[in-house]
Design a protein around this ligand. Structure first.
Ligand code: F6R
Length: 233
């Protein structure tokens, strides 16, 4: 694992931006993308830049089950707002959270992933060490699957919803095997509330109790953290 420690999230976004600048110059074709608070500053930099994504296929990690793509809380909507409305991509894929058959939607997404092998996968980090919506206990060999979100993740997501009861309890997520199939992985984590998960990811045992710890076994992982997130290393 290559660790890049920076003073704050803004500096982290800048470092990540430079990694993408170089990767695009090298001709990558498929970018795995994430939602959540962490990548927003990076997407802002993409939007403000002259970078050209028109030959890039984007595949997102996950989507809530039960929300349509027009729902402002859906990850489809998030990606449109923060990136896709501003920068044309060749193709964009996000799991179909509006499907009445979540299992079928997961299988369909696996097919998309097999046809579009990921060059560089962007990850945020859950406070419990989750990546995508792969919660603690998820086997490392999972591909795209339906997830029952844990109470801590539902609580963390509640900040984006008007009322706690509106927070979805299920999602469709790329699995850990799907994430690990990416040629390169870039994980970003900022803030003191990520420090325990960062320490377990980097220094802890490789265990399904901390899904991100599996990244220790991937040959090309870069982790960008700020001083606060690094405080327990
Ligand atoms: C989002 C995702 C999640 C988040 C994680 C951190 O697509 O897959 O794993 O990356 O929950 O969320 P933030 O960035 O909001 O702290």
């Amino acid at each position: 694992m290559r660790i890049i420690q920076v003073s704050d999230a803004s500096a982290g976004a800048q470092r990540a931006f430079e990694i993408y600048e170089a990767a695009l110059a090298q001709g990558i074709k498929v970018m795995g993308l994430a939602t959540g608070a962490t990548p927003i500053a990076l997407y802002d930099r993409f939007v403000a830049s002259a970078l050209d994504f028109s030959n890039i296929t984007a595949v997102n990690l996950d989507e809530y089950l039960g929300l349509t793509s027009q729902d402002p809380q859906s990850y489809h909507y998030f990606m449109q707002q923060h990136l896709f409305n501003h920068k044309p991509f060749k193709q964009t894929f996000i799991p179909d959270g509006a499907s009445s058959d979540g299992q079928q939607a997961a299988r369909a997404y696996d097919k998309i992933l097999s046809q579009n092998p990921i060059d560089i996968q962007l990850l945020g980090l859950g406070r419990n060490g989750h990546i995508g919506f792969n919660e603690p206990g998820t086997p490392f060999d999972t591909t795209t699957h339906l997830v029952n979100l844990t109470p801590s993740t539902i609580a963390a997501n509640a900040r984006f919803f008007d009322e706690p009861a509106a927070v979805p309890t299920q999602a469709i997520s790329m699995g850990i095997a799907s994430v690990m199939s990416a040629k390169k992985i870039l994980l970003m984590a900022f803030g003191e509330e990520k420090a325990t998960a960062v320490a377990a990811t980097v220094n802890g045992p490789v265990t399904t109790d901390v899904p991100a710890s599996v990244l220790q076994t991937h040959p090309d992982v870069t982790i960008i953290i700020d001083d606060a997130a690094a405080s327990k290393l």
